[in-house]
Each structure stands twice: as C-alpha cells, then as structure tokens.
Ligand binder design. Structure first.
Ligand SMILES: Cc1cc2nc3c(=O)[nH]c(=O)nc-3n(C[C@H](O)[C@H](O)[C@H](O)COP(=O)(O)OP(=O)(O)OC[C@H]3O[C@@H](n4cnc5c(N)ncnc54)[C@H](O)[C@@H]3O)c2cc1C
Length: 388
C-alpha cells in the first residue's frame, strides 16, 4: 500500500523542518523523512546557533530578517523556549582593510532595513569586555542579530508542525524518486513508498547524491568545519564576535565566538585550507589554534574550561548562495539546499519561501533578491559572497 500526502519534505534538518512547518501552516498534509533518528541531527546540530541578517547578499539579508522576526518573538508568541539570546553581532576592526570592508557593506545592508552601524573603539570595548585595545579602530555592531539553540529549534518547530497534522518518519533513508511525465509522483525509501505532488529536497550535505537520483546536477559540495563549547560562566558577553583577520599561525581565515543562552562560550574558525568532504572527525590542531586566537583577542578567556569539540559540514554552492528554487525540468520539485555556513539562520525564512514556491509557484522575495537563489542560474557568474 502507498501512503499519500500533499507534500513530502526529504531531510528534517535546519531548513527541512521549517519548510514542513510552513507547509503545514498552509493547511497541507506533510510528511518529513530523515535517515537519522530524530530531527536536527545532521549538520543542524553542528551549528553554533548564530542568527544574523548581517550579510552582503540581499536574499540572505531578507531571509534572515524573516528568521529573526520569528525567533526573537517566538517565546511570547508560542510559549516555547528556543534558547533565543539577543545581543547582536560585533565585527571588530584592527586594520584599515577590515574597516573598509565593514564600512563598505553598510549602505547595502541599510537599503534592506538593517540598523547596523560602525562604532568607535570605546563602544566595541564596552560590547566585548576585555577585548585588546591595542590597534582597535572600532567595528560594526548589529543590535538586532542574536543566537538560538540548534538543539531546541528544530524539535520545537517539528512539534508545532505535528500539531498541525504533519507526520515524521525517522531512521528511514530515501533511496529513490518516482518521476512520471516530467512531474514528481513519489518518494521511495528503504521502508516504503510515499506519493505526493510536491516534494521538497532539503538534504543538506547529501544534496548532490539526491540530484543523481533525480537526474539533475545539484552543485553542492560539503566542506567541514570544527567548533567547540566551554562550560558555562556568568553572562558577560552580549554579541557574537567575528574577528575577520587571518590568524598569525597561517591556518585560519577568521574566527568567531559568542556566549549562548546557557552561559557557555561557543566558538569556530574558518580554516585557510578547506577540508572538502564529509569527514566529521575532530582534529588535534583545532583547539590549540582556536584557544590561542581567542586569548590573544580577549585575554580573560584563558580561564575557560572547554567541554567538547565537534566537526560538521557547510553544504557549499560555487557562488556561496543557497539554492531555493523550483526546478523547470521536474514539476512539483522544490530545492532548498546549498545553505553554506548559514543554513540554521536561513531556515525559517527559507521555509516560508519554499511554501510559496511549492504552492503558488512564486517567490515572496523581490526579484533582485530571489534571482540569486534560482537553480537555473550561472553559479560562476557573480562575485562570491563577502560574509560567508
Ligand atoms: C561548525 C559549524 C558551525 C556552524 N554555525 C552556524 C551558525 O552559527 N549559524 C548558521 O546559520 N549556520 C551554521 N552552520 C551551518 C549550518 O549548520 C548548515 O548550513 C545547516 O545545518 C544546513 O542545513 P540543511 O537543512 O541544509 O542540512 P541538515 O541540517 O544537515 O539537514 C539535512 C537532513 O537531510 C537528511 N538526509 C540526507 N540524506 C537523506 C536521505 N537519503 N534520506 C533521508 N534523510 C536524508 C539528513 O539526515 C539531515 O538531517 C554551521 C556549520 C558548522 C559545521
């Protein structure tokens, strides 16, 4: 027997769950399938939980603004704790080059309604207590950005979707798709076959493999990044801090950290040599390099006790911008893949876009923003995103 749904979301991660939530809100009978044992167990749980509208790409700015509107009011509106911590993002500048980059992004960000500003060194020192003052020129601060728990958000959103009638099947691997007459008909798994006229592909780092099953080339290549978290300390740090300088050790492009809603310091760096692939094993060099960078920026952090480190993937596209799009050659298929290093913060904004694309065949975003998300674009045409 085949079960029939209005829509099937393949992948219950950072974008699949919000997509299911948005489709269920539009009254559809939705099925979410994931090969892992619960929602949010893919690269979603590798995220450090930063949610910022501070980007250079208009689509990312607008999608993350939508996410921020939802997460910053979630508790008052729905009553659940999703680990929301306001406090913004802070990008300190220690060189003219970084200052120019940061100042250069502000006009476009303001066009899209962001209230980000370049502030002086005293303001940065107040935002980041203990930051080294020597050479500090100032920096940008975006007060409306914040942090959310990647462990809580997908569970909460999925629970709401289930209340609206959605179904979740975990430990179930999608192995094929049934396409007839140029339209998607069904999804085949290792346990069954499910029919629906709408299928949303939200399989993160595995997107290219699903492209092969669907007969389309989906240019998503994962690279892996490491992160870590400390034991909690008293709250002292409001913003998530991004140091855009390359590290003196020659191995890091930038690094970033913040204090989450539980008081833990959570941190990451971008390696100079990318680790292409899905290897998720931690490396011995990560912590010594990261610790040295963090202590040289904020010496008081030397007392922190690191609790654990982990590695996860950024599902990258060639131009650093996601693919949120219907597919001309397969009716009923909507792609929500290639989220790069921002799938968690994009999730809710992308979910609304997916529902509109799948049901109404059009973007909610203005054309100049949505064009960058299309599947049928030249992935090598434009400039790469400045704030990846
Ligand atoms: C160290 C690190 C820090 C990060 N920090 C942030 C951050 O602060 N903010 C932010 O926004 N982003 C951050 N990211 C990026 C973010 O984690 C990813 O962009 C995001 O999780 C991708 O979302 P996704 O839904 O595409 O993939 P996932 O969350 O991985 O979801 C894809 C799902 O598809 C399922 N799946 C795949 N194939 C199949 C199949 N055949 N059958 C059934 N199910 C299948 C998987 O099991 C998985 O659950 C970070 C990433 C890393 C590695």
């Amino acid at each position: 027997m085949t079960d029939t749904y209005d829509a099937i979301v393949v992948g219950g991660g950072s974008v699949g769950v919000p997509s299911a939530y948005a489709l269920a809100r539009r009254g559809l009978k939705v099925l979410v399938l994931d090969r892992r044992p619960a929602v949010g167990q893919g690269d979603n749980k590798a995220a450090i939980g930063g949610v910022r509208a501070t980007h250079s790409d208009p689509a990312k700015i607008l999608l993350c603004t939508r996410t921020l509107e939802a997460v910053s009011t979630w508790k008052e509106t729905h009553g659940d704790d999703i680990g929301w911590k306001p406090g913004g993002y802070c990008f300190p500048a220690y060189s003219e080059a970084v200052e120019n980059t940061l100042r250069g992004l502000l006009p476009k960000q303001r066009t899209y309604g962001l209230v980000n500003d370049y502030v002086d060194a005293n303001a940065i020192a107040e935002l980041v207590p203990g930051i080294v003052r020597d050479g500090l020129r100032g920096g940008t601060y975006s007060p409306n950005d914040g942090q959310v728990s990647p462990l809580l958000l997908p569970v909460v959103l999925m629970r709401h979707a289930i209340r609206m009638g959605a179904e979740l099947r975990v430990d179930e691997r999608v192995t094929g798709y049934d396409i007839q007459g140029g339209a998607i008909r069904a999804v085949v798994t290792d346990k069954g076959r499910y029919e629906a006229p709408i299928v949303v592909l939200a399989t993160g780092s595995d997107a290219a493999e699903h492209g092969k099953l669907l007969g389309v080339d989906i240019p998503v290549t994962p690279d892996s990044h490491e992160a870590g978290i400390t034991a909690p300390v008293e709250h002292f740090l409001g913003p998530l801090v991004v140091d855009l300088r390359p590290g003196p050790e020659g191995k890091t492009v930038n690094f970033y950290f913040g204090q989450n809603h539980e008081g833990q310091i959570i941190f990451c760096y971008t390696p100079k040599e990318l680790f292409v692939g899905t290897n998720r094993e931690s490396q011995s060099e990560f912590l010594p390099i990261l610790a040295a960078r963090m202590i040289s920026l904020v010496p008081r952090l030397k007392h922190l006790l690191v609790r654990r480190v982990w590695r996860g993937c950024y599902p990258m596209t060639p131009d650093g911008v996601p693919i949120v799009s219907n597919v001309e050659s397969i009716r009923g298929l909507t792609l929500a893949v290639g989220m790069c290093g921002q799938g968690f913060m994009l999730g809710i904004g992308v979910g609304d876009e997916v529902a509109s694309l799948a049901l109404d065949g059009k973007y909610l975003l203005p054309k100049e923003a949505s064009d960058t998300l299309r599947f049928e674009r030249d992935f090598h045409a434009g400039k790469k995103e400045a704030l990846k």
